[in-house]
Write a protein that binds this ligand. Structure first.
Ligand code: NI
Length: 392
């Protein structure tokens, strides 16, 4: 398929993709509870004769177009968020308190449309295009569960592409990041243990609230003093709970937080520093602390060759001015990183900023992506996978 044919084929599936997106938008489901979404994807794939299976680990869908090696995977996340939609759109969420506010409805519709398009050209395919419909991205872990179920095997997946909507980038543009694009994430909990007593007689106990307060303050020095000013890193305490009554010295405080870095070495350093500072600060106040660390997600690192190939292709398909280089990575995360940790991967953003400008950020109750992004996404995913199949 040359570029002219690609554009023609894309134009034939765009309208359907938009209506699929609206259906998905209207029927959002939370991470790990994507039953209706799964049934919808299953129905469409059946209708187009695309063979697929459901992962036993988490209900993700693995569909194949074409056969044999090389096998290139395309991934879309399918879950929504616990947000009450306030866009006022005709196709706004029908599920109270749940909204596709991170564009996963768009990602899913794009992948479905790419599947349909490629199925029509299946005879020309030189290998397999594997479509991965992934649940539970927002809660992180859906990708890992699909990998455990073997979604990167039989045939062996040799590369993977994925995309995300970008609310502040004008529609029509795509954005590419050389090297590390998203941070590695470690979540942690600190359980500070003191000794309860009457609030009027603090000398009889160990105040876990005072110790916890000092720990929160002391943790702030880690990023500013333990890693180089030129190296990005984050330590955030997100929750703190302790105490039962105004006149009781609390025996226990629980805090949770997140550590993020772009380099594995920095992540390790931050983790060690959080544990060290928490333990020793607690000790200074006569308290103890239990530290638990949970490595949630590796850093998302784009494969150099794939990224350059996709950037060239985007310049060709969208025009030079619309293929943008991201000038800085994000300390946010996307669990696409689990895939790109296993096989060479390329993740990129597509712009969704149109006439509506206010409140256009991810996870906003008024996020209303301009639907022109769907055509851009289908073009880049279909064009990209064809290009990769040819070059492998
Ligand atoms: Ni997202």
């Amino acid at each position: 398929m040359n570029l002219v044919e690609l554009r023609e084929n894309v134009s034939m599936v765009v309208d359907e993709a938009v209506s699929m997106r609206r259906y998905l938008h209207q029927h959002p489901e939370l991470s790990g509870a994507e039953e209706n979404t799964r049934a919808y994807i299953d129905g469409r794939l059946k209708e187009w004769g695309i063979p697929h299976r459901v992962c036993s680990t988490n209900g993700g869908i693995v569909a194949d177009v074409g056969t044999g090696e090389p096998c290139i995977a395309l991934r879309a996340d399918i879950d929504a968020l616990p947000i009450e939609e306030k866009t006022g759109l005709a196709y706004a969420s029908e599920n109270p308190g749940i909204m596709h506010a991170c564009g996963h409805d768009i990602h899913t519709a794009i992948l479905l449309a790419v599947g349909k398009l490629l199925k029509q050209q299946e005879k020309q395919l030189n290998g397999t295009v594997r479509l991965l419909f992934q649940p539970a991205e927002e809660t992180t872990g859906g990708a890992a569960d699909m990998i455990k179920d073997g979604c990167l095997e039989n045939p062996k997946v040799s590369a993977i592409l994925g995309l995300h909507v970008a609310p502040t980038l004008p529609v029509g543009k795509a954005e590419f990041c050389v090297g590390t694009m998203n941070a590695a994430v470690t979540d942690f909990s600190l359980n500070v243990r003191g000794e309860g007593c009457h609030g009027a007689h603090p000398e009889q106990g160990v105040d876990s609230i005072v110790a916890a307060a000092q720990i929160v303050t002391a943790l702030q020095s880690i990023v500013s003093r333990n890693i180089a000013p030129t190296t990005p890193g984050v330590v955030t305490i997100g929750t703190i709970h302790g105490g039962t009554k105004e006149n009781i010295v609390a025996d226990q405080v629980t805090m949770t937080g997140t550590i993020r870095a772009l380099e594995p070495g920095t992540q390790k350093e931050l983790k060690e520093a959080v544990a060290r500072v928490a333990k020793n600060t607690a000790a200074a106040y006569g308290a103890l602390v239990d530290v638990e660390m949970d490595d949630v997600c590796p850093a998302l690192i784009n494969d150099d060759r794939m990224l350059r190939r996709m950037l060239d292709l985007a310049e060709e398909l969208l025009g030079r001015e619309n293929a943008v280089r991201m000038n800085a990575p994000s300390l946010g995360a996307d669990d696409f990183a689990f895939f790109s940790d296993q096989v060479p991967g390329c993740f990129f953003n597509i712009g969704t900023l149109g006439e509506v400008k206010d409140g256009q950020v991810l996870h906003s109750a008024v996020y209303a992506p301009e639907e022109g992004c769907i055509e851009v996404g289908i073009t880049l995913m279909a064009g990209g996978v064809l290009e990769l199949l040819q070059s492998m």
